[in-house]
Design a protein around this ligand. Structure first.
Ligand code: TYM
Length: 340
C-alpha cells in the first residue's frame, strides 16, 4: 500500500502551472487509488511565511486554497486535506531534522541559489550576500522533509521545480534512520505528466504566483475572456510554422505542452497537427482547451469559496485524521532521540 503526500502554499489563487504540474495529478491519484492507499494533501501555511505576506490576504488565501482543492475534485471522504499550520507536529519534526542536516546541503538547493541570484541582480552585487535573506527561506526544504516523513509517505507527486527537495527528504530520512533507528521509508518523487509550465510572458522562467505580471499566468478564477486575452498575448517567436523544440522555441513549446496536457497527447504529436498552420491557430486551440479544462473547477470554486462553515469543518476533520498519523510518528521520533 502507498502513502502519497503532497503540499501547496496558500499564497494566492492556484494557477495553470499548479493545476497541470501538480493538482490535476492529485485528483488522478485519488481516482486511481486502491482502498488501502492513504492520500494526504496539505496546505502549507508555514512555508508561505518565508516571503513577506499581507496577513489579511494570507488568511483569505489560506481558506480559499482549501475551497480550490475541493473544487478541482478532491473528495475529503477519500483523501485527507488539512492545513499544515493546524498540526504542530510539522514544526516539531522539522526541528529534529534541522539538527541532523548539514548547512552545506541546504546551500546546494537550487531554490536557495535562485533566491541569491535574484537578490544579486536586484542590487549592487558586492553588497548582497546571504546575510540579507531570512533563515526560513534557507531551512524551508527541511520543513518540507518533515511534512513528508511525518506521514511516512512513500510517494510525493510534485512539479519538477520541487524534485530536488524530495531528494533532500530522502537524504534526511536516510540520515535519521542511520543515526537513530530505521523509522522512515524513503519517499519516491512522482513526476507529473506536465512537469513544468512556463510563464506566458517570459518563457525562460516557470509560471509562478510571485511574478508581478498578472498576464504571465492563468488563474483558476480567470473568466473565459481573461483566459483568451492572456493566451493571445503569450510570448512566442517569429519563426514561421509550429514545431516542438523547448530549447530554441520555449514559448511555442510551452503552448504545445499546455495543449497536450489538456488533450492527453505528447507535445510533439500536437505539433504535427499545426505543421502547416501558425501561432494564431495554435493559440486559438490552446485557449479553447484551457477554457474547457478550467470551466468546472472555476464554477465549483466560485460556489465553494463562500461556504465558510463547510470549509472550516473539512479543515477540522482533516487535521484530526492527519494528527492520528503524525502523532504516532512523533512518539517514535521522540523515543528514538531520547526525548520521550
Ligand atoms: P508550490 O506551492 O510552489 O507549488 C505547488 C505545486 O505546484 C507545482 N508547480 C508547478 N508545476 C509545473 N509548472 C509550474 N510552473 C509550477 N509552479 C508550481 C509545484 O511543483 C508543486 O508541486 N515547497 C512546495 C510545497 C510543499 C510540499 C511539501 C510539496 C511543502 N511541503 C511536501 C510536496 C511535499 C511549494 O512551494 O510548492
Amino acid at each position: 500500500s502507498r502513502v502519497i503526500f503532497s503540499g501547496i502554499q496558500p499564497t494566492g489563487t492556484p494557477h495553470l502551472g499548479n493545476f497541470l504540474g501538480a493538482l490535476q495529478n492529485w485528483v488522478r491519484l485519488q481516482e486511481d487509488s486502491q482502498p488501502e492507499d492513504v492520500l494526504i494533501y496539505s496546505i502549507v501555511g508555514w512555508h508561505s511565511l518565508t516571503l513577506p505576506q499581507n496577513p489579511h490576504a494570507l488568511a483569505v488565501a489560506r481558506r480559499e486554497m482549501l475551497a480550490a482543492l475541493l473544487a478541482i475534485g478532491l473528495d475529503p471522504k477519500r483523501v485527507i486535506i488539512f492545513h499544515q499550520d493546524d498540526n504542530p507536529h510539522h514544526t516539531d519534526l522539522s526541528w529534529v531534522f534541522n539538527c541532523i542536516t548539514p548547512v552545506g546541503k541546504l546551500r546546494r538547493m537550487t531554490t536557495w541559489k535562485a533566491r541569491l541570484a535574484t537578490s544579486r541582480n536586484a542590487k549592487d552585487e558586492s553588497e548582497v550576500d546571504e546575510s540579507m535573506l531570512n533563515t526560513g527561506l534557507f531551512t524551508y526544504p527541511v520543513l518540507q522533509a518533515a511534512d513528508i516523513l511525518l506521514y511516512k509517505a512513500t510517494h510525493v507527486p510534485v512539479g519538477e521545480d520541487q524534485k530536488q527537495h524530495i531528494e533532500l527528504a530522502r537524504d534526511i530520512g536516510d540520515n535519521f534512520n542511520r543515526t537513530f533507528r530505521d523509522l522512515f521509508p524513503l519517499p519516491a518523487y512522482i513526476a507529473t505528466p506536465t512537469r513544468r509550465v512556463l510563464s506566458l510572458k517570459d518563457p525562460t522562467s516557470k509560471m509562478s504566483k510571485s511574478s508581478p505580471d498578472i498576464s504571465s499566468r492563468i488563474l483558476l478564477t480567470d473568466s473565459e475572456k481573461e483566459i483568451r486575452t492572456k493566451i493571445r498575448s503569450a510570448v512566442t517567436d517569429s519563426i514561421t510554422g509550429v514545431t516542438y523544440d523547448p530549447a530554441t522555441r520555449p514559448g511555442t513549446s510551452n503552448l504545445l505542452s499546455i495543449l497536450g496536457a489538456c488533450t492527453n497527447e505528447e507535445p510533439a504529436v500536437v505539433a504535427k497537427r499545426f505543421e502547416s498552420k501558425g501561432h494564431g491557430d495554435l493559440k486559438a486551440d490552446v485557449a479553447d482547451a484551457v477554457v474547457a479544462l478550467l470551466e468546472r473547477p472555476r464554477t465549483e470554486f466560485e460556489r465553494l469559496r463562500g461556504e465558510e462553515a463547510y470549509i472550516t469543518r473539512i479543515a477540522k476533520e482533516g487535521v484530526e485524521k492527519a494528527m492520528v498519523r503524525s502523532g504516532a510518528t512523533m512518539r517514535e521520533v521522540r523515543h528514538s532521540v531520547g526525548l520521550r
